[in-house]
Write a protein that binds this ligand. Structure first.
Ligand code: HEC
Length: 110
């Protein structure tokens, strides 16, 4: 019963987050990013630090898994194309995420 309700709501949240972020993601093209932290802030943060996607910073996931997931997408996570993140940027981002420590806890949890 609750299961059938939570699914569409989750999708609406994911879609809204994606559309809100889409503009900032499109504003930068491959080759124009300053560094991995900037890519994370513009393209990953609004899902992965806001509870739409799982918290992955501090988990030390394998760079290859990160790279594959970003290129192919995973269920609710959209794929990122080479026009948005080229191979070099994606490799650097995967390394950056892999070695990143646990982010500071939010001051107020929802
Ligand atoms: C629209 C929201 C959204 C955006 C944007 C997004 N993700 Fe995700 N991501 C998700 C969700 C949701 C999952 C969980 C998918 C599942 O397991 O069903 C996920 C899963 C992942 C996983 C797999 C985690 C694991 O434990 O297997 C990695 C790695 C990942 N995302 C990296 C990134 C990176 C790097 C970016 C930025 C380039 C990014 N994501 C952008 C929503 C997003």
């Amino acid at each position: 019963m609750t299961q059938s309700l939570t699914k569409p709501i989750l999708w609406a949240v994911v879609l809204a987050a994606w559309m809100a972020g889409a503009t900032s993601a499109v504003a930068q093209a491959a080759g124009e990013w300053k560094d991995s932290a900037e890519i994370w802030k513009a393209s990953c943060h609004y899902c992965h630090d806001e509870g739409v996607g799982p918290q992955i910073l501090g988990l030390h996931l394998a760079p290859e898994l990160i790279r594959q997931t970003v290129r192919n997408g995973l269920n609710a996570m959209p794929p990122f194309f080479p026009s948005e993140l080229d191979a070099r940027e994606l490799a650097a981002l995967a390394h950056w995420v892999s070695v990143h420590g646990v982010p500071p806890a939010k001051e107020k949890q929802p």
